[in-house]
Design a protein around this ligand. Structure first.
Ligand code: HEC
Length: 458
């Protein structure tokens, strides 16, 4: 992966010399770099493709952009760039568009195509607009471990930190951002709120605030905790829509679970990742919690699948392609009313190919209306993010008693899957291995997480 990026940047630099045509004409009929293309790419691409950004090359200068223009068009046409994996398919198409959808429209893609067809004219030189700032605005609380963690570099490690953001009164979170200290080893970060029980508080001398401690597995189900957010490669800062916030009690600590993954990084490579929070002390109109459906290990939720032996099992044999796991979660025991979902976060690991979450609403006539909540037709482990429905609250998808959530994932456990090659390489393995449900990177998951409004709608 890294090799490819380095090779690519060199190629871009080498080509840059020959594509330049800074002629400065201002009367070009078709699109020009300075007038049309640079503003477009600034908005959609340069947040990452800029000096110091996460992408392997910057498109801020005409020379580089012109040199790689055909490749940019190819990446856009293939749906690879900008990274945005939630899409509609014949089986699953959400009712609403997504907020801040980064993808280019057909007209914008055509503009890029026309510019290339015309020989990538520079046009009259002008300032390239500043790319959008991807950092979370209005951060009120920020926590970083005081003791960095040095990974062993030879195996997956789960390390937790309890951090104290100093929340002195009941607050509501409207934004969360994780800034990894060392992207080469941070594989994922789960951020939980933790309310220390009073008895633990009294003995707080024993709470290792700021110090790393091992915490293999299961943090999401720890008592006295609530999920605040998850960072995975490709995540952007999370911001709730107006009037929606996650309640955070006074005195809450932040429990951060770091999953460190070798990824070829050496030892002596410390990490101290920062969690930034935006909290407000006025109650928003709506509060939310994070609900999850998926990761069923057995029947009755786990449905029979192609490679099962005696009973339904979450097992992806080595060499399996088109391996599907399907799970059904009937909802009961919720309060009366409908609970609106405003955000969706689909999650699998390296073997994942496709994921969909649908909800079946029973109809009074005995039939069922199936609604697609989120669909990822081409999973890319590197680009996981939270998607938010672009709809007024009253029209958001909703769930309630009697509904059934159906989560379906498909996997490719062969060397044809580039992520399988990468995972095996990182673990020093040659051939695919059997993969089961679990938390480590060569385990799999099939999970839809949702931001669910707590106050039921009529
Ligand atoms: C969220 C960050 C981000 C945004 C936004 C983004 N890119 Fe990228 N881009 C990357 C990263 C990182 C890579 C390196 C390859 C990878 O990780 O997939 C990349 C790689 C590429 C490549 C190399 C092809 C490849 O497959 O390696 C091209 C071309 C490209 N981007 C074009 C674009 C264009 C055009 C846009 C806007 C329409 C865009 N990118 C928006 C992060 C981004």
């Amino acid at each position: 992966m890294r090799t490819r990026i380095v090779v690519f940047s060199l190629a871009a630099a080498a080509l840059a010399g020959c594509g330049a045509d800074d002629g400065g004409e201002d009367d070009v009929a078709g699109p020009t770099w300075y007038r049309d293309v640079a503003p477009l790419l600034a908005e959609h691409c340069m947040g990452c493709h800029r000096g110091g950004g996460v992408a392997p090359f910057s498109m801020e200068t005409y020379d580089v952009a012109a040199a790689v223009a055909p490749m940019m068009l190819e990446a856009v046409e293939a749906g690879v760039m900008p990274p945005w994996d939630a899409a509609s398919s014949d089986e699953c198409a959400p009712r609403h568009a997504w907020k801040d959808d980064a993808r280019l429209t057909a007209a914008e893609t055509q503009l890029l195509r026309d510019w290339i067809a015309a020989g990538t004219p520079a046009g009259k030189a002008a300032d390239v607009p500043a790319p959008p700032d991807l950092a979370l605005a209005g951060v009120t609380h920020s926590v970083t471990p005081s003791v960095p963690y040095v990974t062993t570099g030879d195996r997956d490690e789960f390390i937790c930190y309890l951090l104290d953001p100093g929340i002195s009164r009941l607050s509501w979170m409207t934004g969360l951002e994780v800034v990894p200290g060392n992207e080469r080893v941070v594989h994922h970060v789960v951020v939980m709120g933790y309310m220390p029980p009073p008895v633990l508080n009294a003995a707080a001398g024993g709470t290792p605030v700021g110090q790393p401690f091992p915490c293999n597995g299961g943090v999401v189900t720890m008592p006295d905790t609530f999920l605040m957010g998850v960072w995975t490669p490709g995540s952007q800062p999370f911001e709730t829509p107006a009037d929606i916030g996650l309640p955070v009690p006074a005195g809450a600590l932040v429990l951060v679970q770091m999953h460190y993954h070798p990824g070829g990084a050496t030892t002596n490579d410390p990490d101290a990742s920062t969690v930034n929070l935006r909290l407000q002390t006025t109650r928003p109109i709506h509060t939310y919690t994070i609900g999850a459906a998926g990761n069923a290990a057995a029947a009755p939720q786990l449905q029979p699948g192609p490679d099962d032996r005696d009973v339904p099992e979450f097992r992806i044999p080595a060499g399996a392609t088109d391996h599907v796991e399907t799970m059904r979660f009937p909802l009961s025991g919720l309060a009366d009313g409908r609970f609106r979902l405003f955000a969706a976060y689909p999650h699998m690991h390296y073997l994942g190919v496709e994921l969909s979450v649908q909800v079946e609403h029973p109809r009074p006539d005995g039939g069922v209306d199936t609604e697609c909540l989120v669909n990822v037709p081409r999973w890319n482990f590197d680009w996981q993010r939270t998607y938010q429905y672009d709809a007024p609250i009253a029209d958001l998808p909703s769930i309630g008693n009697g509904d059934t959530i159906v989560v379906r994932c498909s996997y490719d456990n062969t060397l044809a899957n580039p992520f399988v090659r990468r995972a095996l390489e990182e673990l020093g393995l040659q051939e695919p291995v059997e993969v089961l449900l679990g938390e480590e990177s060569l385990d799999e998951m099939c999970l839809g997480m949702f931001g669910v409004l707590v106050e039921p709608a009529p």
